[in-house]
Design a binder for this molecule. Structure first.
Ligand code: MLT
Length: 324
């Protein structure tokens, strides 16, 4: 009886505290978890949006990089975090592809999160180290085929889009390369610049400055159409890799149970950030496309994730590379 009364009191108290929290939220810094290394493509999007959201929310958005297992360590961490409105998560296609890549995931991407907002879409670029002995895609493919055993392909682990793109590339040209996983494509890019690895497929949000500085060789973009930020660069598909298309999309999530009022305010904060002139310019300079505001709802992100799980599952299963 005493226990029941205490429980009722506690539940009553927590309802009051929660209601207050929703009314004044946020009263302290908000954490945005990034599943890959600092300085890389996901981190760049998170920090750009975070700076703008800090202005709207009146509290600092702190980016926290939680690395490992192609983004699944961070996803698992956020799925189990307190749903108090102070932990959010930015992730890309990996939220969908991991369901097929991992035999056991400690979370369900569709059920263990609140869906906040979509953010940007980003093309990828097929690159090699600066002194790679091939000057166009045709030469690259011939060289790789002739030297398969000694070519290293960098990526950010199973669940990363660099891994997905690399897998599709190998399949398209019929080779099996040695894959070298990093904890993000920031360290993978460093290895490419240092010549420790040969090939990397990575997002324009990181690669454009390196391409423009002439630090890497570029062989094509992974989108259906050419992209404005790299004029004159052909797509992989138009150079003969039939139907090759990988577009990276970023979404923002919260732990399941985060109050709807907070999720809705965060959705507004992201959408306001996506209209900020600094964000628009930075994303434009890096080739990222902002998702249309009119359709940017939590429900739309949930539906999109479901469609991406349906799309990539069979592609990955056919690829035959899995982790426990
Ligand atoms: C990163 O932020 O490092 C990348 O998004 C990793 C990847 O998925 O390739």
């Amino acid at each position: 009886m005493q226990f029941k009364r205490t429980l009722v009191t506690l539940l009553g108290l927590s309802t009051v505290v929660l209601a207050q929290a929703q009314g004044t939220w946020p009263t302290k810094p908000v954490t945005l978890v990034v599943p890959f290394a600092a300085g890389g493509p996901t981190d760049v999007v998170a920090r750009t949006l975070g700076a703008a959201m800090t202005r709207t929310l009146g509290q600092t958005v702190v980016v926290e990089n939680k690395l490992g297992a192609g983004g699944t360590v961070a996803a698992s961490y956020v799925a189990k975090a307190a749903p108090d409105g102070y932990t959010f998560f930015i992730h890309h296609n990996g939220m969908a592809t991991s369901t097929a890549l991992y035999r056991k995931l400690s979370y369900d991407p569709l059920k263990d999160f609140e869906f906040v907002s979509q953010a940007v879409e980003v093309p990828m670029t097929m690159l090699a180290r600066k002194d790679f002995p091939a000057n166009n895609l045709q030469e690259m493919v011939s060289y790789i085929k002739a030297n398969q055993a000694k070519i290293n392909l960098a990526n950010a682990g199973l669940g990363a889009v660099s891994q997905l793109c690399g897998m599709m590339f190998q399949r398209a040209i019929g080779v099996q390369l040695t894959e070298v996983p990093f904890q993000g494509t920031a360290p993978a890019m460093n290895a490419l610049l240092g010549g420790q690895v040969d090939v990397l497929c990575d997002q324009t949000t990181q690669t454009v400055p390196q391409i423009k500085a002439g630090n890497v060789k570029l062989y094509g973009v992974t989108t259906r159409n050419r992209v404005k930020v790299l004029p004159g660069t052909p797509t992989l598909a138009e150079q003969g890799l039939k139907d090759f298309e990988v577009v990276v999309w970023h979404g923002i999530y919260a732990p399941k149970g985060t109050p709807k009022a907070i999720v809705d305010r965060m959705n507004q904060a992201v959408r306001t950030a996506l209209k900020d002139p600094d964000v628009i310019k930075r994303m434009d300079d890096l080739g990222a496309e902002i998702v249309p505001d009119a359709t940017n709802t939590p429900e739309a992100l949930h539906a999109w994730l479901q469609s991406e799980i349906n799309k990539w599952g069979p592609v990955i299963k056919a690829g035959g590379k899995f982790a426990d």
